[in-house]
Design a protein around this ligand. Structure first.
Ligand SMILES: [Mg+2]
Length: 210
């Protein structure tokens, strides 16, 4: 069955992790230290232990408002994503691959990142994606379950077999969509993995579909 839509993960795939990392691992522990009068190192340990307690498999993990309440943080958080936009780094292979694939397919983003972060990241990429799906914001879900990709396909009115997806997370971007029948590719930027569904950069991914 021919591919009709091509989907990309965001972090680790189109942009690197520095934007999110700065916020989750830098700003939030610093605000926590300030709020609770703790030394920064101690605050970091406490916040990281709280992150580990929730884990990336639950939608709250990605939810800034949830963490603000749980950690008792000061100030309103909604200006934080905007304030860190200079930390956003697009991988050099992203733009050429999007331009190549965009000539043939509608391109979408399917991400576990909350919409407030996605909007900033999309501003760095400058590509007119047809749709942008945030699993936690749009579906209160994590894309670890095939269900997420089914919902995306339903909205796009295509069959899973007509969707191609690429991303760097083995479970979320490869196993989950593959189980549903999506033509999924695992992006391994380090270049350690081998296999017919493994690609090492986005130009290789584009070449597989063109
Ligand atoms: Mg990713």
């Amino acid at each position: 069955m021919p591919i009709r839509v091509v989907s990309f993960d965001m972090e680790g795939t189109l942009v690197d992790h520095s934007y999110s990392k700065t916020i989750w691992e830098g700003d939030i522990p610093a605000l926590y230290a300030e709020a609770h009068g703790l030394p920064l190192e101690e605050a970091r340990k406490k916040v990281f232990a709280e992150y580990a307690d929730v884990g990336e498999g639950r939608p709250e993990w990605y939810d800034m408002g949830y963490w603000w309440r749980r950690l008792g943080l000061p100030h309103y958080w909604r200006n934080l994503p905007q304030r860190r936009k200079d930390e956003c780094r697009v991988y050099p292979d992203a733009q050429p691959a999007l331009n190549r694939l965009g000539k043939k397919y509608p391109l979408i983003v399917s991400s576990n990142t909350i919409r407030e972060f996605l909007q900033i990241q999309l501003g760095c990429i400058e590509y007119p994606f047809s749709r942008v799906f945030s699993a936690p914001t749009d579906f209160n879900a994590v894309k670890k379950a095939p269900d997420f990709y089914q919902r995306v396909c339903d909205i796009l009115e295509i069959k899973p077999e007509e969707l191609a997806h690429v991303g760097d997370h083995e479970e979320f971007d490869y196993r989950a969509p593959k189980k549903l029948g999506v033509k999924a590719y695992h992006l391994d930027r380090i270049g350690q993995l081998k296999g017919e569904d493994v690609v090492h950069d986005l130009n290789e991914f584009a070449s597989r579909l063109l």
